[in-house]
Ligand binder design. Structure first.
Ligand code: ARG
Ligand code: ZN
Length: 476
C-alpha cells in the first residue's frame, strides 16, 4: 500500500492529457506478477492496494463460501486491464462503479478489464462477487484450504489468499483489512487484529464476526479459522487487546500444554520489545487449531496459528517466541521477494536461541556449536545458500538454522553492543516496509563500521559448509 494524494495525481494526469502536448502512452494492461524471481506470477503489476474489505458467508457442512471482496487501490500506470490472484468462481466484477469484463488465465489469474481505462495515480474500487467450495480448488499443485471436523482453516505460506479472497498476492503490496464472516450460530470465526464490533446474530441461524487490521498486512498473513474454539481475552501491559483461541477438539492434556505456552504471548511480546523495539501492531494473541489439521505454525499478523502437534509432548514457549518474533521480522518488515525469506526465518529462529539463553536452557553459542557439529557434511543446510535457497528449500534448514547461525556469526564478529543495535534498528527503520538481504548487509556494515562481505558471502551465499575458527569437529 502506498497512500498517495490520489485525487491530486489524477487531476495532474488529466491536465496533461487535456493540453495534448506530451502525448501520454496508451493505457496498457497490468502484468500477471510483481517480478518475484521464485514466483513470477504471484502478485500483479500496475496497481497498488491500500485496503481489502472481505465479506463472507461460510457453511462448514458443505464447505461453501460465498462473498464479496472490495479492493481499494491506486493505478501505478495508465491501466487498461489488471489481474487479481484467485481460484473461486467469480460471478461479477465492478471497477469504479461500472461492470467490468473478466476472464481467467493460467491457474490463478483473474483478468479484469474495466469499462474505461484508469489513469496513472487514479483510484480504483474493485468489487468482486464470488462463490465456491475452496477444498475443491487446486493451486500451486495442492489445496491450501483445510477443512476441519468443525469448520475450516485458511492458513498458508506463501499461498493461501487464492482460496478465499481475490488479491494482489505478494508481501510487497501490503494493505489494511476488514474481514467479516457469517458462520452458523455456535461457531467462532477468527481472523487478524481487533473486533470493531462484537459478533452479531443475523437471520437463518448465522452469526457474523468482524475483524479489522489497521496496520499494513501481507495477504498471506491474513487468516481465517472457523470452528468451535474456547477464547481467552486480556489486555497486555501496553494496553493492547489479547485474544487467544483453543480448539475445543484438543484433548485435555494437549489443551493444558497449549494454554501454558500461548497464554504467555504477552510476556513474550514484552520481552521481544526490549530487543527489537516497540511491538508493531494493535493486538496480539494466538490460535491453536484442531488436532490432525494444520501441520505447521504460521505467524499470521497479530494472531499466529499453531498446529496442536507443537504441544503434544508438553508446553512449548519456543514456538510462541518464534511466531511472535515474526511480528517484527516477516510481518512488519516483509520480504521484497521470497528469496529473502531467511530474513524472516533466520531472525525468528535466532529469537528462540536468545529466549533459550535468557532462560538458561542453553546459550546461543551452545546451540550454534551443536548444530554446526551435528548436521552431516552433505546435509541440505550446507548445500543450500540461505539467501538464495530456491523454491524447494524455501522452508529448509538453511533458511531457518543456517539463517540463525549467520546471525550468531554476525554477533561474534561485531560484538554484542553492535549486534543488538542492528537487531533493533533493522525492524525500526524498515517498519511496515519490505526489504532485501543486501539492505540488511548494508545496515550491519554501517552500524558496525566493519566490512562483513566475507562473513555474509560464506554464510549466506555459498552452498558449502563455512569454516569457523576453532570449531572444526564435534569434540566431546
Ligand atoms: N513461516 C512459518 C514458520 O516458520 C512456516 C510456514 C511453513 N509453511 C508450510 N507450508 N510448510 O513459522
Ligand atoms: Zn518461522
Amino acid at each position: 500500500m502506498r497512500r498517495l494524494l490520489v485525487a491530486a495525481l489524477a487531476a495532474t494526469a488529466l491536465t496533461i492529457a487535456g493540453t495534448g502536448v506530451a502525448a501520454q502512452a496508451a493505457p496498457a494492461p497490468g502484468g500477471p506478477g510483481v517480478g518475484d524471481e521464485y514466483y513470477p506470477d504471484y502478485g500483479n503489476s500496475g496497481y497498488d492496494v491500500s485496503h481489502y474489505d472481505i465479506r463472507l458467508r461460510y457453511t462448514p457442512a458443505t464447505d461453501r463460501l460465498t462473498g464479496t471482496t472490495t479492493i481499494l487501490a491506486t493505478a501505478k500506470q495508465d491501466l487498461s486491464r489488471l489481474n487479481l490472484d484467485f481460484l473461486l468462481d467469480v460471478s461479477s466484477v465492478r471497477v469504479n462503479n461500472r461492470p467490468a469484463t473478466f476472464t481467467r488465465e493460467g491457474e490463478h489469474e483473474l483478468v479484469v478489464t474495466p469499462a474505461r481505462p484508469v489513469p496513472a495515480g487514479g483510484a480504483l474500487t474493485i468489487v468482486v462477487q464470488y462463490a465456491g467450495v475452496p477444498s475443491t480448488k487446486v493451486g500451486a499443485g495442492y489445496t491450501a484450504w483445510i477443512r476441519t471436523p468443525d469448520g475450516a482453516l485458511a492458513i498458508g505460506e506463501p499461498e493461501i489468499a487464492w482460496w478465499w479472497y481475490p488479491s494482489n498476492d505478494h508481501p510487497s503490496d501490503k494493505a489494511t483489512f476488514d474481514v467479516s464472516v457469517s458462520v452458523p450460530d455456535g461457531l467462532e470465526a477468527i481472523s487478524n487484529g481487533v473486533q470493531p464490533r462484537p459478533p452479531v446474530r443475523e437471520t437463518l441461524g448465522y452469526t457474523r464476526w468482524s475483524w479489522r487490521s489497521v496496520k499494513p498486512q501481507a495477504t498471506y498473513l491474513t487468516f481465517l479459522a472457523v470452528g468451535q474454539y474456547d477464547v481467552t481475552t486480556d489486555t497486555s501491559a501496553d494496553g493492547l487487546p489479547v485474544y487467544n483461541a483453543y480448539s475445543q477438539l484438543l484433548p485435555q492434556d494437549f489443551r493444558d500444554a497449549a494454554q501454558s505456552s500461548v497464554e504467555r504471548t504477552a510476556e513474550v511480546v514484552e520481552w521481544g520489545s526490549t530487543l527489537f523495539g516497540p511491538y508493531p501492531f494493535e493486538a496480539l494473541g494466538g490460535v491453536v487449531t484442531p488436532p490432525g489439521t494444520l501441520g505447521f505454525a504460521l505467524e499470521n499478523q497479530t494472531r499466529p496459528t499453531y498446529s496442536s502437534a507443537f504441544f503434544r509432548r508438553g508446553s512449548n514457549t519456543s514456538v510462541v517466541v518464534h511466531e511472535q518474533a515474526h511480528q517484527w521480522f516477516g510481518d512488519s518488515v516483509s520480504v521484497a521477494e521470497w528469496k529473502h525469506i531467511w530474513l524472516n526465518e533466520g531472525f525468528a529462529s535466532y529469537a528462540e536461541w536468545l529466549w533459550s539463553e535468557k532462560n538458561e536452557e542453553g546459550t546461543a553459542q551452545e546451540i550454534f556449536d551443536y548444530l554446526y557439529a551435528t548436521y552431516p557434511d552433505d546435509a541440505a543446510i550446507w548445500t543450500t545458500a540461505p539467501a538464495d535457497p530456491g523454491v524447494a528449500e524455501l522452508f529448509g534448514d538453511a533458511v531457518y538454522d543456517r539463517g540463525a547461525m549467520t546471525l550468531h556469526q554476525l554477533r561474534l564478529a561485531v560484538g554484542d553492543e553492535d549486534f543488538f543495535a542492528i537487531v533493533r534498528t533493522w525492524p525500526t527503520v524498515n517498519r511496515y516496509g519490505d526489504v532485501t538481504t543486501d539492505e540488511f548487509i548494508a545496515l550491519a556494515e554501517k552500524i558496525s563500521g566493519e566490512n562483513l562481505d566475507d562473513l555474509f558471502q560464506a554464510w549466506l551465499y555459498t552452498p558449502s559448509k563455512p569454516v569457523v575458527a576453532g570449531v572444526s569437529a564435534f569434540t566431546s
